[in-house]
Every structure is written in C-alpha cells, then in structure tokens.
Ligand binder design. Structure first.
Ligand SMILES: Cc1cc2nc3c(=O)[nH]c(=O)nc-3n(C[C@H](O)[C@H](O)[C@H](O)COP(=O)(O)OP(=O)(O)OC[C@H]3O[C@@H](n4cnc5c(N)ncnc54)[C@H](O)[C@@H]3O)c2cc1C
Length: 452
C-alpha cells in the first residue's frame, strides 16, 4: 500500500511526487508516456529551445549595427530540433534522477481509477493500492470542429509542429493566445510569412491592452486578422469571416492553437464519482476533489494552464496531505510570453482594475527611456513597464512588462504582490543598474509622485 499515488508525470505530478517522497511518504508516480509531461516534452522547454535558436539567428543576422560582421547567416531547422531534443532528453534524465533520489517508484503505464484508493494499470492489469491519490493527467490540444480540419495534413497542433523537418514558406496560426503567438514569433523571425487569425478583437486577451499594442509592433513579419471567425479550411486555404466580409488566407502549414482540454476521459472519474466538467476536475483551495482522499492538480483542474501553477497546486495538495495546509495566491501567479521581446505580467490589468471598480493609479514607462534597453535595442525598440496600484494604500495590484528580459524579471513583482508590497516598498528597493528592471522602479516613482 502506497501513502500516495500520483497519476501523470508532468510538472504537477513529478513536483508533487518529489515533495511527497522527500517528506517520507511512500509514493508512486504513474506515467503513460514521458516523464516531464507536456511541459518538458511538447510545451515549455521545446518551444523555448526553438525560440532561443530563432533569437540567435536574429542576433546573427541583424547585428551589423553593433559592429558584428556576419555573412551567409542561415537557419538549419534539423540542427535546432536536434539541440532541443538533446536537452529535453537531459532534463528528462534529471527528473528520473530526482524520483530515484526521493524514493518515488515510477510506474510506466496508463492508470485508471478503480476506486478512490485503487488504480489499475491498463497495459498490465496490475492493481495498486494507495491511501491517497493525486490526479495530474494534464491537458491535450483541443481541435475545434471546423469543417476541413480533421484529416487535413496541412493542419497541425503544437505537438506536431514541434517536430517538423522543414520550414514552411507560410504559416497560418488559428488562435492568438500564448501558444499561437510564441510560434508566430518563432516562424516570423525565421522569415516565414505568418498570419494570425483570432476570433477576439485582440491577441493575448489576458494581457493589458496598452501593453499588447506595444508588443504587437515587434511582430513585424506577422499579419493579424482580428475579430475573425474561421469558417472552414480546404487544403491550405483558411476561410474566415470578419463581420460581413469573408476572406481567405493561403498557408503551407496551419497551426490549430485554439486552446487545450483537460484529460478527464478514460481515467475512471465517473466510476468513482469525481465531479468534473469540460473545463476540468472541480477542486477546493487545498486541491481536494469531492471524493475523500482524491486530489487533482495542474491543467486537469482547468484553474490555470501554466507549468508553475501546476507545481504550486502540487505543493498545496501534498502539504494538505501532510497536514500542513497551504494555499495559492492566485492573484500573484505570473505569466510570460516568450516572444521577442518577451512580455510578462502578474496581477490585475488596467481593464480588470476598472471592471472591479478599484480606485487605482497607473504608470507606463516606455522601455527606450532605459539605458540597457536603449543600448541593446536602439531608439526604435518597442517595450514598456506598466504598474497598477491601489490609490488609497499604494498597494501593488498588477504589472505588465514588455522587454527582452521580462520573463526573468516578473518573479520580483509576483513576490511583491504576494507580500502585499506597496509602491513605497518598490521605491525603497535598490535595483541593479543598468538593468531593464529599472523600468519598474521608474514606474513606481511616477506612481509615488502622483499619489504624493
Ligand atoms: C506549446 C506549449 C508551450 C507551453 N509553454 C509554457 C511555458 O512556457 N510556461 C508555462 O508555464 N507553461 C507552458 N505550457 C503549459 C504547460 O506545459 C502546462 O501547463 C503543464 O505541462 C501542465 O502540467 P500538468 O502536470 O498539469 O500536466 P502535463 O504536463 O500535461 O502532464 C500530464 C501527464 O500525465 C500523463 N497522463 C495522462 N493520463 C494518464 C494516465 N491515465 N495514466 C498515466 N499518465 C497519464 C501524460 O502522459 C502527461 O505526461 C505550454 C504548453 C504548450 C502546449
């Protein structure tokens, strides 16, 4: 009998397993494919590897202004893929090492819940008993029923696009969310003609509108069709409507990036009475489902589809099992778009502050006012830092950053929000000079000045 059995070895599952094992729980981790889940094998890490390759290409090609002489700069996609695969493999070994170190038993196979304390492995028929179970089965691409998508070799999800062998001449991206925009950034940097078709009136709908406008200026090779509903696809022709007009775009490849759905089918949820809907498994603040002893974490809960959210949920579930309940500050979960430049943020956007009726103050600082940004990007570089604070108290409520290092900077703001820091606290913090992070200090100073 295990103390804890975890279904799914993605960042939710393996981080929970590591914590449980380290705390002395007899733990088993059941994974049907590769350790690391979507994030390591088909998500976060492979995309960041390819985006880094594209950034290196961009630097090599466009650095004559910095005095760099580089001729015959080209891009070798198979080599970029090989680099990605090599390092994904190394990281997978790292997870296996961690599981071993914390005495987590890794079981290869598809787990199905037979009861709240029993999991059957489909492939072998083996039955495993555990006092507690965490479901961390993640999510898979959701392909909408657009006529002409199914069986169309031009249409790919992110899973398949991550292992193509030749660069397409053109790419249509259906869906302007994070996954769509990261691929748009990658391919357009390499000179592929990219069209993003988004049903809403703007890409990246969770992001501050003003900052999206600034970020979009950097997507130079990308054409945007916004407020556009895809009606059908035939071969490489995407037909979409924008109000009264119907338009088409031709592309060699079509990325279907219209969201991801939780893996809730075929894992025994109905049989044991776990409550779920199409958004995912319902959980409380301690990640408990409605069935005693059964927890759910990560993408399968539909609470947040980010690797670090899955990890945080795993931590909370294990702490709850260990009797030391913790909770997640959902308002302090950061997000990052790894385009070039990067965009990152945490907390409320200005529109959200307005919708909540918050009396707020804001400051937006253009990135080119920053020394490091200017010498690296030049006067035509696009970026900004925007802070939102509560007017009466100066408490930081939200931040959005657009600049090449935004993803490395945002954790500080997450820390600030989770500790209820104020604009005064930020102003009294010493920021290293010269860094792009000083944009945040400048924004904080501007707000401090305005609230007196
Ligand atoms: C292209 C792309 C880029 C992304 N980039 C980022 C990023 O930069 N940053 C970020 O934070 N997030 C990113 N994400 C999202 C991130 O990958 C997910 O939020 C994260 O992987 C969720 O972790 P998880 O543990 O909940 O599930 P998953 O990582 O999906 O892992 C679930 C695991 O469960 C296994 N499984 C499923 N059913 C069973 C079963 N019955 N038995 C055994 N095993 C089972 C699956 O094989 C899988 O390995 C990206 C996603 C994609 C698709």
């Amino acid at each position: 009998m295990y103390d804890l059995l975890i279904l799914g070895g993605g960042p939710g599952g393996y981080v929970a397993a590591e914590r449980a094992g380290a705390a002395g729980l007899r733990t088993a981790l059941v994974e049907r494919a590769d350790l690391g889940g979507t994030c390591l094998n088909r998500g976060c890490i492979p995309t960041k590897s390819l985006l880094h390759s594209a950034k290196a290409f961009h630097y090599a090609k466009d650095s004559s202004k910095f005095g760099v002489v580089a001729t015959d700069v080209g891009f070798d996609l198979p080599k970029a893929m090989a680099w990605k695969n090599e390092h994904v493999g190394k990281l997978r070994q790292g997870i296996a090492f961690l599981m071993n170190k914390h005495k987590v038993e890794v079981i290869v196979g598809t787990g199905v819940l037979a009861s709240p304390t029993r999991v059957r492995i489909s492939e072998t028929g083996a039955e495993l008993e555990a006092k507690r179970v965490i479901i961390a089965t993640g999510s898979i691409p959701s392909v909408p029923p657009i006529p002409g998508v199914r069986g169309n070799p031009a249409c790919l999800t992110s899973d398949e696009l991550l292992s193509i062998e030749t660069l397409p001449r053109s790419l249509a991206v259906i869906g302007g969310g994070v996954i769509g925009m990261e691929f748009a950034s990658f391919f357009s940097t390499l000179g592929v003609s990219v069209t993003v078709i988004e049903m809403l009136d703007e890409i990246l709908p969770f992001m501050d509108r003003e900052a999206v406008g600034i970020l979009k200026r950097s997507f130079k090779g990308v054409r945007f069709a916004l407020g556009a509903k895809v009606e059908s696809i035939e071969g490489g022709t995407v037909r979409y409507s924008t109000g009264d007009a119907t338009e088409t775009v031709e592309a060699e490849r079509i990325l279907i990036a219209t969201g991801r759905k939780p893996v809730v089918d075929g894992i025994g949820l109905d049989a044991i009475g776990v409550a779920f809907d199409r958004r995912g498994i319902a959980v409380d603040e301690s990640m408990r489902t409605n069935v005693e002893g059964v927890y759910a974490i990560g993408d399968v809960t539909g609470r947040s589809q980010l690797a670090h959210s899955a990890e945080a949920m795993g931590r909370v579930a294990v702490d709850s099992i260990l009797g030391t309940p913790a909770r997640i500050r959902w308002d302090a979960i950061p997000w990052v778009v790894y385009s070039y430049p990067e965009a990152a943020g945490v907390g409320l956007t200005e529109d959200e502050a307005k919708a909540k009726g918050v009396d707020y103050v804001k400051a937006t600082i253009p990135a080119r006012s920053n020394g490091r940004f200017l010498v690296e990007q030049g006067i035509t570089g696009n970026g900004c830092a925007k802070l939102i604070a509560e007017k009466a108290t100066g408490r930081l409520l939200g931040a959005t950053i657009v600049e090449p290092y935004a993803g490395e900077t945002v954790w500080g703001l997450s820390y600030a929000i989770s500790n209820d820091a104020t604009i005064r606290d930020l102003c009294e913090t010493v920021f290293p000079h010269p860094t792009a992070s000083e944009l945040l200090l400048d924004a904080a100073k501007e707000i401090a000045h305005s609230i007196g």
